[in-house]
Design a protein around this ligand. Sequence first.
Ligand code: FE
Ligand code: FE
Ligand code: ZN
Length: 295
Amino acid sequence: MVKIGSHVSMSGDDMYLGSVKEALSYEANAFMVYTGAPQNTIRKKISDLRIDEAVQLMEDSQLSFDNVIVHAPYIINLANPDPEKREFAISFLTEEVKRTAAMHAKQIVLHPGSAVGGDRELAVKWIAEGVKQVISNTKNLDVKIALETMAGKGNEVGKTFEELKAIMDLVGEKNRVSVCFDTCHTHDAGYDVKHDFDGVIKHFDQVVGKEFISVFHVNDSKNDVGAAKDRHENFGFGFLGFDSLLKVIEHPDFLSVPKILETPYVEGNAPYKEEIMMIRNQVFDPNLVEKIKNK
Ligand code: FE
Ligand code: FE
Ligand code: ZN
C-alpha cells in the first residue's frame, strides 16, 4: 500500500497526540510535523509533548513509526556567516534530533541552508561541519538527517544533486544522512520531473545514490520548470500535474519510502483528506479544489 500523508500541526494542549489524530482524520498512514512553529525556535519540553499517548494511538492504529517525519524549522541556517548563529543552529538542531528520537521518528528533514553573501562553497563546508557536529552530539540516536532538495530561491544551498552530494561526502556518516526529495523544489530547480522522472532519478542515482532518498514531498508547483520560486500548488493543479506526481508516488523503486503532501490550504480548509483519497483512487478530480473550498 502507498505510504501517504501530509504535514500536520503539533500545537495546543494535544501536541503530538493532536498530530496523530489529525493524520488519522485524513486517513493517512504517514505524517510530518514541526515540533513547534516552523518560523521560530520556541519549543516545549519533551515531557510536555504527550508522546506516550501519541505512540499508543499510533500502535492502536497500526501507523508505523517509519512513516513519521519531523521537519526542522526553516529559519535555522547552518551556513550563517556569524559563528554565534551557527553555534545556535547546531545546539538547536541537536535538541531537535533528541526530540525526534523521543517521538519515535527516524528522520528529521532539514533545509541545508542559505549562502548569505553568495559563497556557496563556503556554505557547503559550514553546513557539513554543522551536520557532522549535530550527529556527534547525538551519537547513540537512530535518527537520520534528511537534507531537502531545494528550489534555489535566493542563495538556497541544495538546489543541485551535486551540492547535496558534496555536503554528504564532507559529513561522512552515511548511515545518519539521507535526502528528502521535494517534487516542487526539484522542478523549480530545473529538473524535468514532469516529463522524465526516470531520467531525473537516474541522474540522482549517479550523483548521490537513490537508496539515500528517505522521504518524498509530493507537492505540485505554481510555476514552470526552473522558476526557482518554491510556491507549492495543490496535487495535480500545478505545472507538474496529476499523472507525473502519481508516477513519483507509485514508482517501484520507492514503494517503501513515505510521501508527504505540503500542498496549500484552500480558503482555510486542509486539502489532505481529499488529496489522499484522490491519490489512492488514481483518478484526477478537476473539481477537487472547488469542493475543498466549499467544505
Ligand atoms: Fe521543507
Ligand atoms: Fe518540502
Ligand atoms: Zn517548498
